[in-house]
Ligand binder design. Structure first.
Ligand SMILES: [Zn+2]
Length: 439
């Protein structure tokens, strides 16, 4: 869908490099069963033949929509891909499954090999099932040989072209790689950058990015802040929620908190010391509340130190898929950006109904946010999280206004009382002045 609006629009949350990479990868999003998925693996593996790269990586698996609602096992993948390392990624980018060759290639043979916060799934016999969560998944996924700079640049160019064709004039890249800023600057010099890019590297690389940015920053390639993860996702029931899941992960009734209050405070201080912003991934209502609490503490510290008021938008909360009623007015009150992706509502319907049927009324309370003073485009931003879902703004417009999939009955809408008008929804894509500039 192209914007029927007179103002420039922005994609406020995407992953440019992985969007480009996945555009070149086999896509599992149209598979509807384990059988179809294994057939695609067989076909792709045969197509690759002996050619390099030898790894087969696939993306976009949404097993909630599969008739058998389960991942293929490691052994099933072994049978389909043979000795070729094969790994497939869930659409939500937080889990996936690998075959024996991929796990061996990555050195992940048991839970002991998983990074903190990662999980190696086990089968009934206690052997790795192939299912991998969070860090354990990424360790295996990133063991595949990285493309060289030429292929990388082709991937990035393809992603930016897709976004520009959708009408965006700006994209925010959340979790930017160290090489992305310099590459984009080169593309801009060559007249090959079709839209402005704002970068948010992981906090662990933030200071290095600030130091290096003098060499590549320019009006259309801007370092805007850092990104941290405060919780997991709803689909994997690792988003940190106030009320327990109906079907929680073992030992984690309320999901997973990934940062302590102290770590969050430090993340805010580090980014604000550089005059830049912090983007906090917080999907569950408990993670959202803790992020707002941290910002409140930061403001108190500033007042005590006699410093200026913070400008609105220096803290942005990514996703905020569940927000408790008590926290809604705090966004406008504290000047915190709610960076939402309503299009996920269309994808997450089944997971929400299964895991949080008692909290559906708190899903993306857009009406309440606007009514409490979060002005669209200023404190309420829309994006897609591509490649988690496609970047078409029309999906978020539809989700924000109808609160259900196309063709679904009115009764299937999630929290229909939170719907907003089409004009308000487009305004959430409006490219407004960015506050996180050091200028
Ligand atoms: Zn994201």
């Amino acid at each position: 869908m192209r914007p029927p609006v007179a103002f420039p629009i922005r994609e406020a949350h995407a992953h440019v490099a992985s969007l480009g990479q996945t555009l070149a990868m086999p896509d599992l999003s149209s598979c509807l069963s384990v059988g179809e998925c294994l057939e695609l693996v067989r076909r792709e593996s045969a197509r690759l033949g002996e050619r390099e790269p030898s790894w087969l990586r696939l993306h976009g698996a949404r097993i909630e929509a599969w008739s058998d609602r389960r991942w293929p096992t490691r052994h099933e993948l072994d049978a389909a891909a043979g000795a070729r390392p094969c790994v497939m990624l869930s659409f939500d980018l937080h889990s996936g499954v690998a075959n024996s060759a991929a796990m061996a290639g990555a050195g992940v043979r048991s839970q002991a090999d998983a990074p903190a916060g990662g999980t190696v799934g086990l089968d009934r016999l206690g052997a790795p099932s192939g299912l991998l969560l969070e860090g354990a998944f990424w360790k295996v996924w990133s063991a595949a040989p990285e493309p060289g700079p030429v292929v990388r640049r082709r991937h990035v160019a393809a992603a930016l072209r897709v976004l520009a064709d959708l009408g965006y004039v700006e994209v925010h890249d959340l979790l930017s790689q160290a090489w992305l800023g310099p590459m984009l600057a080169e593309m801009d010099c060559a007249g090959e950058l079709p839209l402005r890019v704002r970068l948010y590297p992981p906090l662990s690389e933030f200071e290095a990015a600030v130091a290096g940015s003098a060499g590549w920053e320019r009006p259309r390639v801007v370092l805007s802040g850092a990104k941290v993860f405060h919780d997991g996702t709803l689909n994997s029931r690792s988003a940190w929620v106030l009320e327990p899941y109906r079907d929680p992960l073992p030992g984690e009734p309320n999901g997973r908190r990934l940062l302590t209050s102290h770590e969050l405070d430090q993340a805010i201080e580090r980014t604000r010391a550089a005059g830049l912003g912090l983007a906090v991934h917080a999907i569950g209502d408990a993670a959202v509340r803790a992020a707002l609490d941290a910002w409140e503490r930061h403001r108190v510290r500033r007042v005590r130190a006699g410093a200026f008021e913070e400008s609105p938008g220096a803290l942005r909360i990514e996703h905020a898929e569940l927000i408790d009623g008590a926290d809604v007015p705090r966004f406008a009150g504290l000047g915190v950006v709610c960076s939402a992706q309503p299009c996920h509502l269309l994808a997450d319907v089944e997971a929400l109904r299964r895991a949080l049927p008692h909290r559906l009324d708190r899903v993306l309370p857009l009406r309440e946010l606007i009514d409490s003073g979060c002005r669209p485009g200023e404190l309420l931003w829309f994006g897609s999280d591509a490649p988690v879902v496609r970047a078409d703004p029309g999906d978020s417009i539809r989700a924000a206004t109808a609160r259900r999939r196309e063709g679904a009955a009115c009764a299937d809408a999630i929290a229909p009382e939170q719907s907003i008008s089409e004009g308000e929804a487009w305004s959430c894509f409006r490219c407004a002045r960015e506050v996180n500039n050091r200028a």
